[in-house]
Design a protein around this ligand. Sequence first.
Ligand code: SF4
Length: 350
Amino acid sequence: MHRKLRTWFRAQARDLPWRRTNDAYAIWVSEIMLQQTQVATVIDYYHRFLHRFPTVQELAAAEIQEVLKYWEGLGYYRRARQMHAAANQIVALHDGLFPTSFDDILALPGIGRYTAGAICSFAYDQSQPILEANTQRLYCRLMKWQDDPKNRASQQAMWGFAEEFVPQTNPGEINQALMELGSLVCTPTNPKCDECPLLAHCPTRKDNLQGEIPRPPKPKDFEHVHEIAWVIWDGDKVLVRQCLPGERWEGLWDFPRFPIEAEEHIEEGRSAKLKTHFGLTVKTPTLRMRIKHGVTKYKITLDCFDVQWKAGPQKQIGNYRWLKFDQLHEVPLHSTARRIAKSILAGRVE
Ligand code: SF4
């Protein structure tokens, strides 16, 4: 199986920038970016990030706001904050040199067993197993594993499979080949079994169970939430706020935003919140745009209104700042705030 896999990988592997290096720092950056994000999206971010922060030391020395700016648009900003913390830990505990032992890597913020194994095997050729979304699907099919792959027993079984499978010689290549096979051939729907180098070893294919293995996850119970965001104008400036520690978008900037308890209370809700927070009385806010988006289990409808600031008891709270509208691109904004900012910069009302 190793031989077939290596032959296939050498002929079919995509030429990805993080495969051309054995620098553990660069591989770490790519692995963190690739969590929850498509390869095609990551490539540009990866180049820009490494151009600005080419070493652990430079990442550690940067302000977190700048790191978040380079992450803007990738989402899941906790990853960037943890990378920054990990870089500082590497400087403090390892003289700025990326650690080489699995346990030291695993001890860094934001690094789990998969990422530690990937870095060790790709950068240092250490024989460490890996298990992530693509290999999980592949292992399930190679094991004809019919239980829920997420439960504890399944996870143990799959880590066990990965431990047995990873070779002593050139394990990084085998791990990358497994991931690539899962990504390109053993796909969630309609796997291309006829192109698979492991076809002869696959009981799932033999029994034609590719549609049932792995067992699909239970559908999520979504919670519907309604929010309002305000673009509050004072001349050519708009009011923005930095999200506080513990908030969903900690460290990023947003327009003032409030949840509305129920659709029928939108009008009174939005006026009351503006009055409480800014001492503003609003008569005729203008709807700029409606954005529907999802965050974890929430389905959010966000209505964004423009309103003029009027003289009054201006509450300038610590994490609020007036910004000229054409400076909005200078602070890291999360995805919906960025869509609103884009609409402002384009000078259009949707
Ligand atoms: S034969 Fe098909 S189901 Fe089996 S590992 Fe290959 S692609 Fe996946």
